[in-house]
Design a protein around this ligand. Structure first.
Ligand code: SDX
Length: 378
């Protein structure tokens, strides 16, 4: 058995073999099943991209139509899940609510043999269909309102915005949101996907797998960064304050949210597309005072840290897009989770295809042969 050296955070250590997506961190490339993210963002839809990720190829017209109808037929929640949400504190974070609801789904659907393709298919459809409904329902209920039922006649993206805002979205806005979902769907073996894989490798149910992944995505070093970025821009307040802010972060070795990446050592290609989406929104709906601060921040951080490969990541501009779409700040990460459910499910299926339970080793740094000291002698 070869002895491997320790790499903190498993940096650079392959944890699996996968054909789902590919990232070239030096060139800033991202491909889903070999197709460049720029092509999917401009030509595909989230649901078609989810199908590509999960089943490995683009659906034909009939396959996509069938998939769309299956999703529309599973968007509603069991009333008990809604009743459970009524007991959640309004002040609770929506990611905790989503994690609880995702795990709760497992109470309703038997843990049939996960080697049964029909069970796997049902779980994929249920989770993709219900995660948006859970996020929107918690938003309305924490404001004291009844959740609205999903609309079967609306697209995946339009239906989420409808359930969130209780009105049919402008198709232009729904399309912008759909592109955001495509951009966030998958990103090789990031922390939450790895969490999903480790959970999947014990052959537990897919609802527990997604609950594990949601909990992992919530952290500020991962999906939670988008929410932190807007708070940071608000704290900076003006373009003039940007340089002192960055110099303070550098001097105190403080991480700047929305920047840096374990893999990308150039600007995240998704950040470039999101920046363009933000500009399209501002052209149509009016400028956002934080955008100028964000652009200045990118300039100054590049000046100070590009030598370390610190550039904007996917979370840097996403919040400015979501603000314009009327999405509350603490829902940015749940929106990330809605999209990344597609990638997590793709890796769940791939893991089941050739599974071996994850059980890494360690380099022991403790002591041996220590005597047990009775309480009175301590
Ligand atoms: C996502 O993995 C994925 O694919 C994730 C994701 C996905 O799609 O799933 O892309 C989504 O999580 C994007 C990242 C969102 N997180 C943030 O924006 C939080 C801020 N970023 C950092 O915490 C950090 O960049 C990480 C966590 C993203 C990556 O950290 P690493 O690879 O562990 O890098 P590190 O902490 O070891 O830092 C290396 C150096 C350090 O400097 P030195 O000690 O060598 O002098 O770079 C510096 C760090 O201080 N650095 C930063 C920085 N990120 C790294 N300095 C200032 N600001 C930052 N944001």
């Amino acid at each position: 058995m070869a002895v491997y050296e320790y790499h903190a955070g498993l940096e650079g250590v392959p944890a699996t073999q996968s054909s789902i997506s590919f990232v070239d961190g030096q060139k800033g490339l991202l491909e889903y099943r070999g197709i460049a993210i720029e092509h999917l963002a401009s030509k595909s839809t989230f649901l078609e991209t989810a199908y590509l990720l999960i089943w490995g190829e683009l659906p034909n017209r009939q396959e996509l139509q069938d998939f769309q109808q299956e999703i529309q037929g599973h968007r509603r929640l069991k009333y008990r899940v809604r009743d459970m949400m009524k007991c959640f504190p309004e002040s609770g974070h929506p990611m905790d609510a989503l994690q609880a609801c995702a795990a709760a789904l497992g109470l309703f659907y038997s843990r049939r043999e996960i080697s049964d393709p029909a069970y796997v298919h049902e779980a994929v459809v249920r989770l993709l269909a219900k995660v948006p409904t859970m996020v929107a329902a918690f938003q309305l209920m924490r404001n004291g309102n009844d959740p609205v039922q999903p609309r079967d006649d609306l697209s995946y993206a339009a239906n989420f915005l409808y359930m969130l805002n209780e009105r049919e979205p402008d198709p232009f806005l729904a399309n912008i949101f759909d592109v955001c979902l495509t951009l966030h769907a998958e990103h090789t073996i990031n922390a939450s996907t790895f969490s999903a894989m480790v959970t999947a490798s014990t052959l537990t149910d897919p609802y527990a797998v997604i609950a594990s992944a949601v909990g992992t995505l919530a952290g500020p070093l991962h999906g939670g960064a988008a929410e932190e970025v807007v708070g940071m821009l608000e704290t900076i307040g003006t373009v003039e304050n940007v340089r002192p802010f960055v110099e303070n972060c550098v001097a105190n070795k403080k991480k700047i949210m929305g920047f840096g990446h374990r893999v990308y050592k150039v600007k995240d290609p998704r950040a470039t597309i999101l920046q363009n989406l933000a500009e399209q929104l501002f052209d149509r709906l009016g400028q956002d005072r934080y955008y100028d601060i964000a652009v200045e921040l990118e300039k100054v951080v590049s000046e100070k840290m590009s030598y370390k490969g610190i550039y904007p990541n996917v979370d840097f501009y996403s919040g400015l897009v979501y603000r314009k779409l009327g999405i509350p700040t603490d829902l940015y990460t749940p929106v990330f989770a809605i999209s990344r459910t597609a990638g997590w499910l793709a890796h769940w299926k791939e893991q089941l295809g050739e599974n071996r339970i994850f059980r890494p080793t360690q380099i022991y740094t403790g002591l041996h042969g220590i005597d047990y000291v009775p309480m009175d002698d301590r």
